[in-house]
Write a protein that binds this ligand. Sequence first.
Ligand code: 13P
Length: 251
Amino acid sequence: MLIAGNWKMNTDARSSVELAQGIVREMVDSPSLTVAVCPPSPLLSGVAEALKGSRIRLGAQNIYWADAGAFTGEISAQMLLSLGCHYVILGHSERRQHFGETDGGVNSKVKQAVSTGLIPIICVGEQLNQRKAGKEQEVVALQVRFALEGIQVKAPNAIVIAYEPVWAIGTGETATPDQAQQMHAFIRSLIRQQFGNTIASKVNILYGGSMNPSNAEELLSQPDVNGGLIGGASLKADAFGKIIRAAQLVV
Ligand code: 13P
């Protein structure tokens, strides 16, 4: 089980450290539960310092697919690894929507992450009109297949998938536990087709979209929901702590 906080473009040098310290205080000791926070890139080293000595892992929110070079404004996987990052969120719907992220771009970034040893948290999810048209599985299947095209995965923990229905992100509206379970089982079947059952049965598939302390336990109890990618509720240590404890109850 993996509980990851996506801080998006929030906090600053001081409040990021305070938030990280607060989450360290909320952390529980459960060997089968991994907790990660993904602050904005300029704040990673301060947060890394605040997390020292805890079991909380660090992640980032984007990379570029080249190793280094003349790519002004971009961030490499190697930079993140050198700061102690384990994870990187890739293909988030906000990046697809506002920054022209394409399936091909996501695929190049996933390749770069996996080949450098950074674990990509690959985000997929349909928009409301696509669900209303009954096309949610078709959309998600294309996103998953594109993102993973040509990727070699040797261990189940080398990648993470996050199912984030776009209509549930930041809206207060969540997928029902049944909707989440159905899509997660479907995503697992796609992983099984590509990588076989040993990988598919153990790969973490997270749910994201308005997960909060009151709905976390029910969502996380679904058999194919292996954790959460949490936006708004990860910006308050006590709310994030409650989600961590909900996860601890169901692992
Ligand atoms: P919210 O939890 O704020 O809905 O955001 C979810 C998300 O986008 C996590 O990546």
